[in-house]
Ligand binder design. Sequence first.
Ligand code: FES
Ligand code: FES
Length: 174
Amino acid sequence: MTTLSLTINGQKHGPMDVRDDLSMNDFLREMLGMTGTKFGCGAAQCLSCAIIVDDPDGTSSTSPTCVAPAVNFDGKSIRTVEGHAKDGELSILQKAFINHFAFQCGYCTAGFLNEGQVLLERLARAPVPREALEQTIADALDGHLCRCTGYIKYHEAVRDVILADSNRYLIAAK
Ligand code: FES
Ligand code: FES
């Protein structure tokens, strides 16, 4: 057993004792009842289980939860799909996913949403030229598998959000 404390979607959890071999996915789903994080391949291959990890320097990245022990997240600040909506209002990215009918069964959606959010925040810190945008989105979403093959719609939804606020996410053309 190890004592675990962490922040999830801005809320502190713990300290609580967890088994050393308990996966982060089971911790979220079974111990906390946060079932928005899915379990797909169970082998760090599909990223349906990915959550956001916020680093102290203000940067963020996604991390799979299926093979990672929960104790690896001790002291960390993470975000899950449950944290995107605020005061009952879906995020801009969530709305874009709906507007594009980006998901079908929805199993991969939380992972794509978290990855898209990380990309938006990265571009807000470091905008890219418009001509680099398609590849930037493709690179960011690469690795997320969708069994229903919704890749293009996810890509288009993320692109729409970026283009709708291009002063924020893109370097202005000269
Ligand atoms: S379930 Fe974690 S990467 Fe597939
Ligand atoms: S929408 Fe079904 S797996 Fe992606």
